[in-house]
Write a protein that binds this ligand. Structure first.
Ligand code: MN
Length: 631
């Protein structure tokens, strides 16, 4: 270290982490008196450096600040002793202060290994998280090579370095130690980096994290699928965003539609993310703190959900020093109805990923309306596909890019999702083949999808992680079978009860254009507040009626209550009659604005809400539209 000794009034101040090696004999240092004896007093110059100034019966008191000169540094009983003398400069007079920083070469976090245990090192990095344990304060620190944990001890349970916040760039001096098998740095001092050093390090970190977040394997499981090929870059971008959030120490909040397709989507992403979280964190509960999966009650991301999500996130930030989460919407998120909630999240600077297959409205230049407030959007409609490629399938492809290690475990999920969503296309045929290889027949898949729906009805807002994993065949296959048997007989019984009430009250009309329209008042002729709920009941009624005539007949079922309607129709009505439920809803909104009509879904499956007083007008217009369809 070079210092300018010519200036008379220069006094050095050691940083708390400085060691004896940082002292220069003959120079003046500022310190504080920590002990007074008959033969002199001790002056502390940094956390670990102190010296003795010998003098008879000193008048100085403990706690006094002084300026001292380093007279001699000599070995004594295996240690180094510092002898001090009085300086010409008195404490309190005018002098130039220069802070001495400890000069330890920085070690990159990626280079720290168990071989370094016991060594003192310096690391620099960004604070990702601050946790207050019952003992030390734990800082999660990342540099451009890796991340590690820094423990700051003082009084147990007392937050150390309260001036430090998440995102600060710091230098840590401390000893490498092992804590329950993981490397941890026991800090001796932590200091914020200068603005310039911060900017430089931040750039390095950003660059390297970005590289690490890039998915290595972006293949899809059906390479010959044109839609999947076109969606590949979007899936890769979504995978990168999710991987980046994990590396950033942001939590991931998955919201999904509460049906078999939505649950398969959520579980696929969960299976991919959890192992990465366990790897990336020293927190044994990381998978609970940094990942949440919740079903949405509505078939879209509604304000009720987003308000809860954001207020919990802000609370976690306040209480646990967590960053704001990444929100991932699956089998939800693409439609106009999602926009308000997504805009709400944007206001707080929350990043969002949407993987959905619901009709997103008109696509112009590859973009849907919702793209203005979504950061990463995957939807087959954006590349000329349609809803037959389910969210479950897309999410399994996404999960494989996030974490290729779990591809094998979840490859049967797209088939469950497809059967649950009544999807049919070339890709679905291939997914069914894959599931068959895993030992699942179409009937098995149908049973699983039904039981997932059945169980989710009772789970409501709960994600039911353990139960769903069993049902979906992700752990014990024997238990899966046993559980399916229990649930399916119970589900069948309840469906039968609903159908017994509903079927005799279905009214069927045949229009000149060949369409068979079935109508039922599902509020009057079905049991309330029980499984299956009105939407599902409509599905069962529709399926039963379709069974009698065949899938290729133009059959539509319109079930309604006083202020809602559920629509199901065969694919022919979409393909040959060019019917799109979402467009009909737009027309109702335009022609009967006072009805407050709203809703949507797939072209031939979805729901509609309106004010009760305009039930007749809304349904009449709807039926007229169907009557006027041309083949
Ligand atoms: Mn779906």
């Amino acid at each position: 270290m070079t210092k300018n000794n010519d200036a008379q009034n220069t006094v050095y101040v050691l940083s708390p982490s400085c060691q004896i090696e940082d002292l220069e004999i003959g120079s003046d240092y500022e310190g504080v008196i920590t002990r007074v004896e008959k033969y002199g007093f001790f002056v502390s110059l940094s956390k670990s450096v102190y010296g003795l100034l010998r003098t008879r019966n000193p008048k100085e008191k403990v706690g006094d600040n002084v300026v001292v000169k380093i007279a001699e540094i000599k070995p004594h009983k295996g240690k180094m002793d510092v002898d001090l003398g009085y300086s010409k400069t008195k404490y309190g007079t005018k002098y130039e202060k220069i802070t001495v920083k400890r000069n330890v070469k920085r070690t990159r976090i990626g280079d720290i290994s168990e071989d370094n245990v016991g060594r003192n090192i310096a690391i620099q990095g960004e604070i990702i998280q601050i946790q207050q344990t019952g003992g030390p304060t734990i800082f999660t620190i990342r540099d451009e090579t890796d991340l590690t944990w820094v423990a700051a001890f003082n009084k147990p349970g007392v937050r150390m370095y309260p001036e430090l916040e998440v995102d600060d760039l710091i230098e840590v001096l401390g000893e490498v130690s092992l804590h329950s098998g993981k490397i941890q740095i026991e800090s001796e001092s932590i200091e914020k980096l200068s603005e310039e050093d911060s900017t430089n390090l931040q750039e390095l970190i950003d660059e390297s994290i970005d590289k690490k977040a890039e998915p290595e394997d972006t293949s899809v499981s059906i390479e010959e699928s044109e839609v999947l090929q076109k969606l590949k870059p979007k899936l890769a971008k979504a995978a990168k965003t999710i991987r980046r959030a994990i590396l950033d120490g942001r939590s991931i909040l998955v919201r999904h539609h509460n049906d078999a397709d939505g649950i398969c989507s959520g579980v696929a992403v969960e299976q991919a993310v959890l192992p990465l979280l366990r790897e990336e964190s020293n927190d044994a509960d990381a998978e609970w703190h940094f990942f949440k999966r919740s079903p949405s009650k509505a078939p879209f991301y509604e304000l009720e959900d987003v308000v809860k999500d954001i207020s919990f996130a802000l609370e976690d930030m306040e209480r646990h020093g967590q960053k704001l989460p990444l929100i991932v919407l699956l089998d939800n998120g693409s439609t106009e109805e999602d926009i308000a909630a997504l805009k709400h999240a944007k206001v707080f600077g929350i990043e969002t990923v949407v993987v959905d297959h619901h009709y997103p409205g008109e696509v112009i230049d590859g973009k849907a309306e919702v793209d203005q407030c979504v950061d990463s959007h995957v939807n087959p409609y954006l590349v000329g596909g349609d809803s037959q490629l389910t969210a479950g399938a897309l999410s399994v492809e996404l999960a494989g890019m996030i974490n290729p290690d779990i591809r094998e475990d979840i490859k049967h999920l797209p088939a469950i999702a497809a059967v649950g969503d009544h999807a049919e296309c070339m890709e679905v045929d291939r997914y069914l083949e894959v599931a068959a290889e895993c030992g699942y027949s179409r009937d098995d898949l149908d049973k699983i999808a039904t039981c997932v729906d059945f169980e989710s009805y009772f789970l409501r807002f709960n994600n039911g992680r353990g139960v769903m994993n069993t049902l979906l065949g992700l752990d014990d296959r024997e238990r899966q079978e046993a559980l399916l048997d229990v649930l399916i007989s119970e589900s069948d019984k309840r469906v039968e009860t609903q159908l017994k009430a509903a079927m005799p009250n279905v009214q069927t009309e045949y229009f000149d254009n060949g369409i068979q329209l079935n109508r039922i008042d599902v509020e009057k002729y079905a049991h309330k507040y029980t499984y299956p709920a009105p939407g599902k009941t409509t599905g069962y009624v529709h399926d039963k009626l379709v069974q009698q005539k065949g899938e290729d007949h133009p059959i539509m079922t319109l079930a309604n209550g006083p202020d809602f309607a559920v629509i199901r129709a065969t694919e022919v009505i979409k393909n040959d009659y060019n019917f799109n439920l979402n467009n009909v809803i737009t027309k109702i909104q335009e022609e009967i604005p006072q009805s407050g009509a709203d809703g949507g879904g797939h072209e031939v499956a979805g729901s509609l809400k309106f004010v009760e007083g305009l039930e007749k007008e809304v349904l009449e217009l709807f039926i007229t539209e169907v009557k006027n369809l041309k083949r």
